[in-house]
Design a protein around this ligand. Structure first.
Ligand SMILES: Cc1ncc(COP(=O)(O)O)c(C=O)c1O
Length: 408
């Protein structure tokens, strides 16, 4: 039985008590979509989900047994907000290989990168302030920062990532609290910010004395080409770098990290104390064990191979089955590509028809902070479905789009 608290008419009007900022909160379109797509017969290109059959289950089981046997009093206890020191030391070393040279003291462990986004909003955003982001951008960042009653000013993307040449024009009109950028294998666009543009962005941030939030969940999952220097390596004094084990290990082990100047880490620690005291000690120790034993490295190697193949399979299927006038990005890594169909098809309105064919994607409009673009675009995930399902799903969508175009 559902119990409602009562007032005069027998029902409490909960809305009346809600904080003003709650008006700005919406359920994530993707989380809602995932409810539909979790039906087993739907081929989902919707979520950003890793391939579950590749999860290193046995290795994680071994890590759990080892920790519960050898260090149960620590693994099951409260711990410091900053995070498990050996894991922070491992991450400091791992980051140094990418040119990000910070001490473990500059690293905060978070409950996934999503928490880092929320904490960043909590310490920097007042109602009515602005964030400069790409257009499209990560839906979870829009959701996190709208809750702090902030708004977005945006610059478009092309195949080389954020079109940095527009950033100054935007900044001249609107002061922002920070610049949010997804340099590697962008979610949702699949694009990568060129090295030249990274330097340009850093020059602008220095000129305007701004912070850059560099969100990099996919950087380790490169399938083509060479790593490009992270922004945090170019401008360590003003970059907040976010990493996560969600895509390289498993998202259920909710462990991410922030690398930033000490003053920012200090403020984030204060913000995190009010949120969850610390990230799960046990999860941190599992991630550490798996990382220190070299399993993570091996696993990433496997993921690169399998996901790279799946990306190629999706690209081939798109070329074979989709109608003329469609286009898509060719990501060099990550989990997503961004596809466009002819303009007469609105991908949001088309979604029920796609679901009738038992295929799901995320309509492009959801990734625009002001819902002012992406109408004929969609995000397609290529890591989650098995190769034959990728071909079948892309074929079904291609047939459905062609039918729709024939009707118009
Ligand atoms: C760009 C980006 N940032 C942050 C996250 C959050 O990841 P997590 O909280 O699982 O670390 C995701 C997840 O898909 C993402 O794509």
């Amino acid at each position: 039985m559902t119990v409602h608290a009562v007032s005069e008419n027998g029902q409490v009007n909960w809305e009346r008590f809600l904080a003003r900022r709650v008006q700005k909160m919406h359920s994530s379109a993707i989380r809602e979509l995932l409810k539909v797509t979790q039906q087993p017969d739907v081929i989902s290109f919707g979520g950003g989900m890793p391939a579950p059959e590749l999860f290193p289950v046995r290795e994680i089981e071994e890590a759990c047994s080892y920790l519960l046997r050898e260090a149960p009093k620590m693994a099951l206890q409260y711990s410091t907000t900053e995070g498990y020191r050996p894991l922070r030391e491992f991450l400091a070393e791992a980051m140094a290989k990418y040119g990000i040279r910070h001490s473990p003291d500059n690293i905060l462990i978070t409950t996934g990168s999503q928490q880092a986004l929320d904490l960043i909003g909590k310490i920097f955003l007042d109602p009515g302030t602005y964030v400069l982001s790409e257009r499209p951008t990560y839906l979870g960042a829009i959701q996190a920062w709208r809750a702090y009653e902030a708004d977005f000013v945006t610059v478009p993307l092309d195949d080389d990532g954020m079109q940095v040449e527009y950033v100054e024009d935007v900044l001249k009109k609107t002061p922002v609290r920070y610049i949010y950028v997804l340099p590697n294998f962008h979610n949702p666009a699949g694009t990568t910010l060129s090295e030249e543009r990274r330097h340009m962005l850093v020059d602008i941030a220095r000129k305007y004395d701004l912070i850059i939030v560099e969100d990099d969940p996919y950087g380790a999952l490169r399938y083509t080409g060479e790593d490009i220097i992270p922004i945090a390596a170019l401008a360590p004094e003003r970059t907040i770098y976010l990493g996560t084990f969600s895509k390289t290990l498993t998202p259920g082990v909710r462990i991410g990290w922030v690398v930033a100047p000490a003053e920012i880490i200090h403020r984030l620690v204060q913000a995190k104390q009010g949120a969850d005291l610390h990230s799960s000690t046990f999860d941190q120790m599992i991630a550490n064990d798996v990382a220190q034993r070299g399993i993570l490295k091996m696993h990433v190697r496997k993921l690169r191979k399998v996901y790279g193949e799946r990306r190629d399979i999706m690209l081939e299927a798109l070329a074979e089955f989709w109608p003329e006038g469609s286009s898509w990005t060719t990501p060099k890594g990550g989990l997503f590509l961004w596809a466009r169909v002819p303009e007469s098809i609105n991908t949001l309105a088309f979604m029920p028809k796609a679901l009738e064919k038992k295929v799901a994607y995320v309509p492009g409009v959801h990734f625009y902070p002001h819902e002012d673009g992406g109408f004929n675009a969609m995000r397609l995930n290529f890591s989650n479905a098995q190769p034959e399902m990728i071909v079948e799903g892309i074929r079904r969508l291609g047939v459905a789009f062609k039918e729709e175009l024939a009707r118009k």
